[in-house]
Design a protein around this ligand. Structure first.
Ligand SMILES: [Cu+2]
Length: 129
C-alpha cells in the first residue's frame, strides 16, 4: 500500500513538478545562471489557474515578485513594477532583468489578489549574466 502511494506520488511529481499544494518555476532552479530576457513558465499543483474576478475556492492566478518576498496569507498582492499579476490566467511571461543577482518569488493568490501565503509561494535566487 505504501509502495503504491509512493509510486503515485512520484508519478504526480513527474507529471506536475510538485507534490501537494505548491507553485514552481518550470525549468529554472534556485542558483541558476540565466540570460535576459528570461522566459518564465509558472506551474501550480493542487489549485487551478483562473482569471481574476470571481473568487472560487482553490483557484487563483500567478504573481511574480522581483527582488521581493512572498506575500503573507490573506494580504493583497501589491500591483507595481516589481509585483506582476497574471490575472488573465497566464502561465508564462518574459522578464527583462539587469545583470547581477536577483530573487524571484512566484506567489499564487485568489481572484481578488489575496495571497495564499508561503505555502503557495516559491522563491529562487538567480544570477543574470
Ligand atoms: Cu493578482
Amino acid at each position: 500500500m505504501i509502495k503504491q502511494v509512493i509510486a503515485a506520488g512520484f508519478t504526480a511529481l513527474l507529471l506536475s513538478g510538485c507534490l501537494g499544494d505548491a507553485v514552481y518555476f518550470k525549468g529554472i532552479s534556485d542558483g541558476d545562471t540565466v540570460s535576459s530576457p528570461l522566459k518564465i513558465n509558472m506551474g501550480v499543483c493542487g489549485m487551478d489557474v483562473r482569471k481574476a474576478g470571481e473568487v472560487v475556492e482553490d483557484t487563483g492566478h500567478h504573481h511574480l515578485i522581483i527582488d521581493g518576498d512572498c506575500i503573507a496569507k490573506d494580504e493583497t498582492v501589491p500591483k507595481d513594477a516589481t509585483h506582476k499579476h497574471f490575472g488573465k490566467g497566464q502561465t508564462e511571461t518574459t522578464l527583462d532583468l539587469a545583470p547581477g543577482e536577483h530573487t524571484l518569488s512566484l506567489q499564487f493568490a485568489n481572484s481578488m489578489h489575496s495571497s495564499y501565503g508561503a505555502e503557495m509561494c516559491e522563491t529562487i535566487h538567480i544570477k543574470v549574466e
